[in-house]
Design a binder for this molecule. Structure first.
Ligand code: E4P
Length: 215
């Protein structure tokens, strides 16, 4: 399973890229808005220079035509830009048209496996099921990944990849990998948490103490 960073913060992206683990980046309007005053095009192109992999930029139009117009514009910014569109029937129209233009899409805000099937049929490059937000409703979000994975695997025509989103903690990362996600897009904090373990820290302390005390 590949790891993407779910942020528009260039400092976080630069740091995680230096760890050698990043295969792409996802953004959304909320994440862009968090980076006060940044220019959308400028930040997406900067990210694309830092990470050699798909960079999702989200359209804000609600109609298919508008999404296609935005998507065609985003695609001129950098060859690695992927156009993110919401999982609506208008979104499907945009996915279908953009695929015919050779532009890759990420269908976002997926909350059931039928949406994922329809997005794949329309020609989505990736789909983003929102695990954490499903968990928030009291339903097991990971079941969504299992169902989509099974459906996609049973249909040789489907090449769409599963990008698990709304990841809240390291256990989500592990379970996504086990459930069949191709990619998990994680907040920077989750990647940091995943690398921390008290026994690792204690082991380092012990090794250093023994090294200093050697005869
Ligand atoms: C995915 O592409 C989204 O940007 C993101 O994972 C949403 O996560 P949230 O539910 O924590 O906002």
């Amino acid at each position: 399973m590949q790891l993407y960073l779910d942020t528009a913060n260039v400092g976080e992206i630069r740091e995680a890229a230096a760890w050698g683990i990043l295969s792409g980046v996802t953004t959304n309007p909320t994440l862009i808005a968090k980076e006060k005053g940044v220019d959308f095009k400028a930040v997406i192109t900067e990210i694309a220079e830092l990470v050699d992999g798909p960079i999702s930029a989200e359209a804000i139009s609600l109609d298919g035509e508008g999404m296609v117009k935005e998507g065609r514009e985003f695609a001129t910014w950098h060859p690695n830009v992927i156009v993110k569109v919401p999982c609506t029937t208008e979104g499907l129209k945009a996915v279908y048209q953009l695929a015919r233009d050779g532009i890759r899409t990420n269908v976002t805000l997926i909350f059931n496996a039928a949406q994922a099937l329809m997005a794949a049929r329309a020609g989505a490059f990736v789909v983003s099921p929102f695990i954490g937000r499903v968990d928030d409703t009291g339903v097991d979000g990971m079941q969504l990944i299992r169902e989509i994975s099974q459906i996609y695997k049973s249909d040789a025509e489907i090449k769409t990849r599963i990008l698990a989103a709304s990841i809240r903690h390291p256990r989500h990362v592990i379970d996504c990998a086990l459930a069949g996600a191709d990619i998990a897009t994680c907040p920077f904090k989750v990647l940091q948490q995943a690398m921390r373990h008290p026994l690792t820290d204690r082991g380092i302390e012990q090794f250093l103490a023994d090294w200093k005390a050697r005869g």
